[in-house]
Design a protein around this ligand. Structure first.
Ligand code: PEP
Length: 253
């Protein structure tokens, strides 16, 4: 019922030449799956979005931004709006990635404005949530993701939330090579789905895709994807290697 979704977050990597080369190789390695049995998206840095979108125009692979600003236009130096992203062919945008929360200092309140603006303007947000290592060790995982989901989705109706994808990314697993086990991830995914059910009803909770992120590689994707509430993956480091990313896209459930 929920089509698997694999998205690559390039973070602050690549250049104008290697960006296009990377997506051309990903597209040729994922021809049979991308857009058919698996939704695939790549999220390059803002400055390479347009070239990447053009290179992928007939590939079935979608393009997403790593962030977005909530205002429509005006005096917001350095920011990029929803309509600008749509204008150059973007479909998705990450909101509240852990690096934006913990390095840049984004709050749930700001992330909520971004999610709301993205949905209203016709972009599909991927809301990232996840706990720090010390929070997991203090058994606060559920409390943290509850705060992030409630904060991130404040004021949004079930109808609007249909546009959303959630990515559960335990911060201790991002870029560290330490993946959550499939059981650990499933436990949080189920908790998130039950929370969404209470807030927005059973139909919506069943239809929303919840991705796992944190050191996903070709050798752990299949295990993760066997779990009933894991609907795909958000990939950082491994999305910069075309063969590795294509192998993840072609996991077998
Ligand atoms: C990420 O940046 O969202 C991520 C999951 O990174 P990595 O796959 O490198 O852990």
């Amino acid at each position: 019922m929920r089509k698997p979704f694999v998205a690559g977050n390039w973070k602050m990597n690549m250049d104008s030449h290697t960006s296009v080369e990377l997506v051309e190789r990903i597209a040729s390695g994922s021809v049979e799956t991308a857009g058919h049995s698996v939704t695939v998206a790549v999220c390059p840095p803002f400055v390479y979005l347009q070239a990447v979108a053009q290179a992928l125009s007939t590939s079935g692979i979608a393009v997403g931004a790593q962030d977005v600003y909530f205002e429509l236009n005006g005096a917001f130096t350095g920011e990029i709006s929803v309509s600008m992203l749509k204008d150059i062919g973007c479909l998705y945008c990450l909101c509240g990635h852990s690096e934006r929360r913990h390095v840049i200092g984004e709050t749930d309140e700001l992330i909520n404005k971004k999610v709301a603006a993205a949905i209203t303007g016709g972009l599909l947000p991927i809301l990232c949530v996840g706990e720090l290592l010390e929070e997991r060790e203090a058994s606060q995982t559920n409390e943290v993701v509850t705060r992030q989901i409630k904060g991130g989705l404040t004021g949004l109706s079930a109808e609007k939330v249909q546009a959303l994808t959630i990515a559960y990314e335990p911060v201790w697993a991002i870029g560290t090579g330490k993946t959550a086990t499939a059981d650990q991830a499933q436990e949080v995914h189920l908790f998130l789905r039950e929370m969404l059910e209470k807030k927005f009803g059973n139909k919506l909770a069943k239809s929303l895709r919840i991705l796992y992120g944190g050191s996903v590689k070709p050798d752990n994707i299949t295990d993760l994807m066997t779990m009933p509430d894991i609907d795909g993956a958000l990939i950082g480091g491994a999305s910069l290697e075309p063969e590795t990313f294509s192998k993840i896209v072609q996991f077998q459930k």
